[in-house]
Design a protein around this ligand. Structure first.
Ligand SMILES: NC(=O)c1ccc[n+]([C@@H]2O[C@H](COP(=O)([O-])OP(=O)(O)OC[C@H]3O[C@@H](n4cnc5c(N)ncnc54)[C@H](O)[C@@H]3O)[C@@H](O)[C@H]2O)c1
Ligand SMILES: [Zn+2]
Ligand SMILES: [Zn+2]
Length: 347
């Protein structure tokens, strides 16, 4: 099959023929019909993920058709249209048993712990625990986002963030995760303040329901600006980029007893990120993390997509082939585009 491969972190990836994957006993091989370019793929390529061994095929946000099924799989058949949470849970560890499969202790992740979906086929583990059927009428390009960013944003806003109608929600970074969060929070009846440095990203955020937009490249103190716009601070705020600046701005833009949800990854040489903890204490803020979303938690999200309340298809702004992936990956470090780029590995 054809796949995007890199031999060294941060050096140009290339497209080449590699052996087709085989399913594990508990796994499947999926023919990839669409796979999104997520900033986590860029982090992986930069060497920020300790799970990656070289050479490597990135890609984790996918939808496709089951091609081959392992001997012990009972719930999947060739021909099934599926997506999969990028955190593939084992289904049996203590965290899985407690219902927290998104933080499984023996999780595997395509594109991180093994070769991923920037390829024509991908192997997925523990299929009976992780595969999610794609609703009829939903294109693969749209369904791919349910594998990572749209589902991640749903859990971050609805479950971890406990959004409520009428609340102010700030979203720092309006790319794939952030725009999804804007749409989900607005649909829940929240008043959303979108923050980004790109005017195109902010235009999309407004289209998806943000009532206020802040250009962080022109606003000196975005936290103060959020507090001004929201009459004292957001009830809920997300760092949907992942940087020391957006993390601190998100926490500092909260009102008393507000909730911060960290979604953006924060790689740093020391492994730590400074957080304004004095404010966390004095205002009794909550700091929460959010990590993907387990397959069993998808039904309410799929209902909202089916009924048209949530429209992830609007996030897709470009579709590219495998040959364009190496440069698109590199561009994420310098000139990120607005909205979601989806890869069709067969063009
Ligand atoms: N926790 C999880 O489970 C999870 C899942 C998916 C992605 N992620 C992470 O979430 C983050 C976002 O991923 P994505 O694919 O949506 O990224 P993206 O590149 O699509 O979007 C990032 C956005 O941030 C904006 N931005 C840049 N500098 C900014 C600043 N100073 N202030 C405000 N906005 C700024 C960019 O213009 C862009 O619109 C990444 O760190 C990714 O690795 C985490
Ligand atoms: Zn992702
Ligand atoms: Zn587990």
């Amino acid at each position: 099959m054809r796949a995007v491969v890199f031999e060294r972190f941060g050096e140009p990836a290339e497209v080449r023929e590699v052996p087709d994957p085989r399913p594990a006993e508990h796994g499947v091989v999926v023919r990839v019909e669409a796979t999104g370019l997520c900033r986590s793929d860029w982090h992986g390529w930069q060497g920020h993920d300790a799970d990656i061994t070289l050479p490597h095929v990135p890609g984790h946000e996918l939808a496709g058709v089951v091609e081959e099924v392992g001997a012990r799989v009972t719930g999947a058949r060739p021909g099934d249209r599926v997506t999969v949470p990028f955190v593939c849970a084992c289904g049996t560890c203590p965290s899985c048993a407690a219902g927290d499969r998104q933080v499984c202790e023996r999780q595997t992740q395509p594109g991180f712990t093994h070769w991923g979906s920037f390829a024509q086929y991908v192997a997925l583990d523990h299929a009976d625990v992780n595969l999610v059927a794609v609703p009829d009428g939903l294109s693969s390009a749209t369904a791919a986002s349910l594998g990572c960013r749209f589902a991640t944003a749903y859990r971050a806003v609805v479950r971890q963030g406990r959004v409520a109608a009428g609340e102010w929600v700030a979203v720092h970074g309006c790319g794939g995760v952030g725009l999804s969060a804007v749409m989900i929070a607005a649909a829940a009846g929240a008043r959303v303040v979108a923050v980004d440095v790109s005017s195109r990203a902010l235009e999309l955020a407004r289209r998806f329901g943000a009532v206020e937009c802040l250009d962080a490249s022109r606003t000196g103190d975005t936290a103060a600006a959020v507090r001004d716009l929201t009459g004292g601070g957001a009830h809920l705020s997300l760092d949907a980029l992942g940087s020391p600046a957006t993390c601190a701005a998100s926490v500092s833009g909260l009102r008393r007893r507000g909730r911060h949800v960290q979604v953006g990854l924060l790689p740093s040489p020391s492994g730590t990120t400074p957080v304004p903890m004095a404010r966390v204490i004095a205002l009794e803020l909550e700091l929460l993390g959010s990590h993907g979303m387990a397959a069993h938690a998808y039904p309410p999200l799929l209902d909202l997509v089916r009924s048209g309340v949530l429209r992830p298809e609007l996030l897709v702004t470009s579709t590219i082939g495998l040959d364009a992936v190496p440069s698109a990956l590199a561009d994420m470090g310098t000139a990120p585009g607005a909205g979601v780029t989806v890869i069709d590995p067969w063009t």
